[in-house]
Design a protein around this ligand. Structure first.
Ligand code: ATP
Length: 323
């Protein structure tokens, strides 16, 4: 019998986390389960900073970016002492289950939590990066790519008006999936992401071949690409740009913010709802995701394995369409 569960958001914030919190709380209350929300990720668990979440606390939040529970990257939780303190908090609250909303790092933390206590832990993938195995879309990704496409569209206006080359740097330390989809949707002329073995030489050849009267020249680069960031890339390609101005735009944290898209809110609600139902049915140690529109459970150990290969259809698409 699940009577009381804990809930926290951890790692980088992502739009849709609030929709997921709301779904967890409302589903739990519907089944007479109490929800204890811990503040600032694993730090809140260590310091026993919490609030009891009822209908009132989660009303009016589905349309809001960020997370009402706040989030943090907790270095203390990686220590034996921090982990011990977190387990003590769980025991003090007599929690029967725990739901962690976060990315791969947060799930590595969830694995440790489960290893050192007897609590059932489930996860909802909350990260803009979409880099987890076991779900088609993580919470935050759809909003982030829409924000990025909007930015590309706006930058293209000025790029065309001034005949400029623009390098747009997207978030993604280890994964280039935000850059990939937004480059396709924004009609970028070139893409550099860690998953593709982009030869800088290929890019330079491409630049040399750009038609003189070409309308716009947008290069999308992921922050984690081996070229070492947009500014370094700008210096490298400048000599080949036939005197055209090369400008850099780093989108940065605007990719994390804003109202979640409709798709985001619906997906976040589905996984939050199912996380509670799966806890009630005795599941533990898994991430709740959506694959081909079906709810899917993936053990944390598999979910955190980084996606090394991108969809070959998308890889081909960007190559052909940006030609
Ligand atoms: P994002 O994708 O937005 O970066 P994330 O969940 O991957 O989100 P991280 O900063 O990697 O973000 O991890 C969040 C927190 O999870 C860390 O600050 C730490 O508290 C905990 N964590 C990460 N890895 C481990 C680990 N190996 N052991 C224990 N805790 C961990």
């Amino acid at each position: 019998m699940i009577k009381r569960i804990g809930l926290l958001t951890s790692g980088g914030d992502s739009p849709g986390m609030n929709a997921c919190i709301r779904a967890v709380v409302r589903t739990a209350l519907y089944h007479q389960i109490e929800v204890v929300g811990f503040l600032r990720g694993y730090d809140g668990l260590i310091d026993n900073q919490f609030c009891i979440l009822n209908h009132k606390e989660v009303s009016g939040i589905i349309n809001k970016g960020g997370t009402i529970l706040k989030t943090a990257r907790s270095e203390r939780f990686r220590t034996t002492e921090g982990l011990k303190q977190a387990v003590t908090t769980i025991q003090q609250h007599a929690l029967d289950g725990m739901i962690v909303i976060g990315g791969d790092g947060s799930f590595r933390g969830a694995i440790e939590l489960a290893k050192h206590s007897d609590i059932a832990v489930l996860g909802c993938a909350g990260t803009i990066d979409n880099d987890l195995v076991g779900t088609d879309f993580t919470i935050g990704y759809d909003t982030a790519i829409n924000t990025a496409v909007d930015a590309i569209d706006k930058i293209r206006d000025t790029a065309e008006s001034h005949d400029r080359v623009f390098i747009i740097e997207m978030m993604g330390r280890d994964a280039g999936l935000i850059a990939l989809r937004s480059a396709i949707a924004g009609g970028a002329e070139a893409l550099l992401i860690p998953e593709l073995n982009n030869d800088l030489g290929d890019l330079i050849e491409k630049i040399k071949g750009w038609r003189h009267n070409k309308g716009s020249r947008i290069i999308v680069v992921s922050e984690g690409d081996e070229v070492g960031g947009a500014y370094k890339l700008a210096e490298t390609i400048k000599p080949y740009c036939a005197g055209l101005d090369v400008k850099v735009s780093i989108l940065g944290h605007i990719q994390r913010g804003g109202a979640p898209t409709c798709m985001e809110r619906v997906n976040a609600s589905i996984v939050g709802y199912h996380a509670v139902l799966e806890l009630m049915s005795g599941k533990r140690g898994c991430m709740v995701g959506i694959i081909n529109r079906q709810v899917a459970l993936t053990p944390f150990e598999n979910a955190v394995k980084h996606i090394e290969r991108i969809d070959p259809v998308l890889e081909k698409l960007i190559k052909v369409l940006s030609h």
